[in-house]
Write a protein that binds this ligand. Structure first.
Ligand code: MG
Length: 363
């Protein structure tokens, strides 16, 4: 089965309410869809949202990387040569982990279809269902408390609270959410790089001293301050999770070597897709480190790929795959199935996605 064409399209899905973090605000999932076509009429789907404030990848950068660098590296290749194509994909352009992720996901989708197996099975996984957390956007403390209570009433048992804009307000936000939801809900705090190392240590100690029962604190300091991240990790008892500090397997190797964080949040848009994510999983497993699987504001295409990966690796113990839940509609047919907070997968081959409605394809 040979690759004959790579198509690019755009997909836009409104959110139920604006998504706000310390780094950005958006009211839409806006994404680039990649379709890899073959001479046997089988297609693979991938996706790359332009999360420029995090990855640096704009729409233009993603689309240009796919059409000018990635497509020439893959067209004419046989779908069965997966690892060889991933090697070429990694080297065809520096950076642009999102564009690479879109192609990598589509290649894995095709690989599963080629072998007539769901992706998690061909990655060696055993079927299991898991629960995602639900993200509470960065707002005033009382609004966040209301949103948190609403989510708990809808059945979510783990919440991710976005903070990192103002240290004093952040502490009020966390306390307000804990007061609103009671003691039985798991709370994760994501500062999105918003604190200085000493502020972060003060913040985490405040949460510990107040007995707020915070399960983990994600990316407390700016992404490039690995030494600062390690200082925070060493100074507190709470689990520190690295997100923006780890993109590539190389980043993970450095972070694990230094033990600069307790866990890594794997996102396909950072790792350049499943190929890079599998290398991070291998290192995490070898060093006894657990990982979270997360996502950017993506449609169900990329989130489905993340769910297949999560099902294939036991080092992934926490799940932050709520973007499709935050969307007002679902244009993707097939793929990951949500029963409230619980995610499951079908036995359809590849990603299990059969159609995506509303994509505006480039001619
Ligand atoms: Mg994060």
């Amino acid at each position: 089965m040979k690759i004959t064409e790579i198509r690019l399209g755009t997909l836009s899905i409104p959110l139920k309410k604006p998504f706000k973090t310390a780094l950005r605000m958006t009211d839409t999932v806006s994404s680039n869809i990649v379709e890899i076509r073959t001479d046997e009429g089988v297609c693979g789907y991938g996706e790359a949202p332009p999360t420029a404030a995090i990855t640096g990848d704009t729409d233009g950068a993603i689309r240009c990387a796919v059409s000018a660098r990635i497509a020439p590296a893959l067209i004419g290749r046989d779908v069965s040569e997966l690892n060889d194509m991933l090697f070429a994909l990694d080297r065809c352009v520096v950076g642009n982990s999102s564009g690479k992720a879109a192609a990598d996901i589509a290649l894995h989708d095709l690989w599963g279809k080629c072998h007539k197996l769901p992706l998690y099975k061909i990655l060696g996984g055993a079927y299991r269902e898991f629960a995602t957390d639900y993200t509470i956007s960065l707002n005033e403390p009382d609004e966040m408390a209301r949103d948190a209570l609403e989510a708990v009433e809808e059945g979510y048992e783990a919440l991710k609270i976005k903070v990192g804009s103002d240290f004093r307000l952040d502490m009020e936000r966390i306390e307000a959410v804990r007061d609103a939801v009671g003691g039985n809900v798991q709370l994760r705090v994501d500062a999105n790089q918003g604190w200085k190392p000493k502020e972060a240590i003060r913040a985490v100690r405040f949460m510990e001293d107040k007995g707020l029962g915070i399960e983990l604190v994600e990316q407390p300091v700016v992404y490039h301050d690995i030494e600062g991240l390690k200082r925070v990790t060493d100074a507190v008892d709470t689990i520190i999770l690295a997100d923006e500090s780890v993109y590539s397997p190389r980043d993970a190797m450095k972070l694990i070597g230094l033990r600069a964080a307790d866990m890594i949040n794997i996102k396909l848009m950072k790792s350049g897709g499943i190929g890079g994510a599998l290398k991070i999983c291998a290192m995490a497993e070898a060093s006894g480190m657990d990982c979270m699987i997360g996502a950017m504001m993506e449609s169900k295409v990329a989130v489905t790929a993340a769910a297949h990966l999560a099902m294939a690796h036991r080092c992934i113990t926490k799940y932050d795959l709520d973007p499709p839940i935050l969307c007002a509609s679902d244009p993707v047919k097939g793929g990951v199935l949500y029963k409230g907070a619980i995610l499951g997968l079908s036995e359809a081959p590849g990603l299990g996605i059969t159609a995506i409605a509303g994509v505006e394809w480039e001619i």
